[in-house]
Unconditional design. Structure first.
Length: 150
């Protein structure tokens, strides 16, 4: 039926940070749905790949990637719509509110975009890098105008 031609699928994620200890899924499901009778939210599998880190990275990049890996796994397990909705809401608040409170609303958006740009920088083409620099520059100028620097 075609199973002879397909390679066996990997059951365990490749990276140790992506693995869950045995029994954690059952315990988590019992906590989430035990009292209310709800079924637990299904956990999305991690994307295919052999590693979270840039091969050959040293120093600051390696440290940032190592500390970012658990947060990236956490964000990946959240509903797909959550981060974009929160970031867009903060950006709209920053665009609508013309004083320092608008600048404060845009700061988390700037930090998140800068963090993701830093993590993805080695794998980007020049056009992708240019786009991230342009978005970062726009956000920095927006924050600066909201704080009255221009």
């Amino acid at each position: 039926m075609g199973s002879e031609t397909e390679p066996p699928r990997r059951q365990v994620p490749a990276h140790p940070l992506a693995r869950r200890p045995a029994g954690e899924t059952q315990a988590r499901g019992a906590r989430a749905g035990g009292a209310q009778g709800r079924s637990p939210r299904p956990v999305r599998p991690l994307p295919a790949g052999e590693h979270f880190f840039t091969p050959g990275a040293t120093g600051t990049r390696r440290t940032v990637e190592t500390k970012s890996a658990p947060l990236l796994v956490f964000l990946f397990q959240m509903p797909r719509w959550l981060a974009p909705v929160v970031l867009v809401a903060l950006l709209i608040a920053g665009l609508v509110v013309p004083d320092w409170r608008g600048g404060v609303a845009v700061l988390p958006v700037l930090a998140f975009i800068a963090w993701l740009a830093y993590l993805s920088w080695p794998s980007l083409r020049p056009t992708g890098r240019l786009l991230r620099v342009a978005v970062g520059t726009f956000l920095v100028l927006l924050v600066a105008t909201r704080f009255g620097l221009f």
